[in-house]
Ligand binder design. Structure first.
Ligand SMILES: [Zn+2]
Length: 43
């Protein structure tokens, strides 16, 4: 059983960079954090 611990402000996808590299080239804004590199506050 693997438990993934998510950081408070660190996005698990872009590692807090706000974007991630595409395999085909270029970069895409991380939708998870909205490009802020932080986890968005949702109420
Ligand atoms: Zn992100």
């Amino acid at each position: 059983m693997v438990k993934i611990k998510l950081g408070v402000n660190d996005c698990p996808y872009c590692a807090g960079k706000g974007y991630f590299q595409l395999l085909l080239g270029g970069s895409e804004t991380c939708e998870c954090c909205g490009g802020s590199g932080k986890k968005p506050n949702k109420e």
